[in-house]
Design a protein around this ligand. Sequence first.
Ligand code: HMG
Length: 407
Amino acid sequence: MNRSDVGIDQLGVYVPRYALPLDRLAEARGVPVEKIHVGLGAHAMAVAPPWEDAVTLGANAAARVFRRGEVRPDDIGLLVVGTETAVDHAKPASIFLHDLLGLPSGCRTFEIKHACYGGTAGVMLAADWVRSGAARGRKALVVATDIARYDLGSSAEFTQGAGAAALVVSEAPRLARLGETTGVFAKNVYDFWRPLERREALVDGKFSVDCYLDALRGAVADYRGGLNGQGGASLLDRFAAFLYHTPFPKMAHKAHRRLVEDDGPGDVAERFERSWTTHVEPGLGLARQVGNTYTASVYLCLAWLLEREGATLEDRELALFSYGSGCCAEFFTAEVLPGCAARAAQIGVQAQLDTRRALTVDEYEAFARAATGTERPAADGSGNWHLAGIDGDKRRYARHAAAERAA
Ligand code: HMG
């Protein structure tokens, strides 16, 4: 096999049908709306209803990669689910997905965790599995799925969100080829964590921003070091777009500023302004509307960019940066392949945004209470699967009747 011809063959995305416009939350919490719209760059956050969890979000994203029939469940030999909002300490989300998606029994499955880096850890592992030859022609399915939750009333509340991305990683990919050289940075820091008994994450917010920026600098330096003497060249000149892990869009702004500062001589402010509008801003539209999706974040940015701008990006290279608190980060690259645009136009991100319903703050708070209570409101039919109930401690998932009829 050709080791360098490995990458993303299919990309599926799922965001919940509900959203909270952040001007409503700002008003309710007595925060100036400009702080959220301008200071964080965020406009709305996706809200998972009580009948959705990391399993259903992930399964609903993954179902979308099989829709076109180009990849079948039987083709999958490895399923990795990256999540930091798992539903059980021992039983992995992946085995629920394995069942719901009808994957073969000869398929290795497991869940992987490193905060928001878990999805990328899965993608890198899957690419190496294919490159090693162990795949024997089979494909890997990597699902990044999360619900970002902080305490109600905290400053981090505005950076919540929910969503999932599913990537088929294979030989001879049809969307984007992954570069073999990547840069990694890891360091033990307490910037963001969630003790086992807690549902909402804890965060040292300002410190987490510094940790992210340090990790970016370290990962880019490691990437440059792997380029065999070519590491000094300008990244701005090479890449058509930069996609960052985006807990809130202003974070991508800070990250890109840091990257430009390190990219070589010249007027940083002038280079940054020019680069920002062409290289970064076009990838942020979905993040502004769904908020932080943890493991899925950078892949939702990718889906948004390819769906809208795939035609101008074919044959060009993208740079991606994944950050997971704690921390581990990776800077990696993807070459957009000819024919990508036609496929990416059908990812369906915009269509999902168009059918969302805006919640009031009261409804959003009622969803949060219902997710932890014993009373679970009836599912509304969005997506394919929903959490049908918890019998004792055992979770039961079911297909919506409409999806069942269409199957
Ligand atoms: P905060 O205390 O709400 O906000 O915390 P702030 O005081 O830092 O203000 C935010 C920005 O708004 C500032 O801009 C203010 O100047 C501006 P900056 O100086 O940063 O450019 N501002 C205004 N702008 C216009 N009009 C106004 C106004 N007032 C203020 N009136 C924080 C913000 C992000 C820290 C908080 O929301 C938080 O803790 N969020 C969660 C943590 C987070 O997202 N960290 C990001 C890096 S770590 C990461 O990405 C990993 C993560 O995804 C988890 C994982 O890996 O699993 C989180």
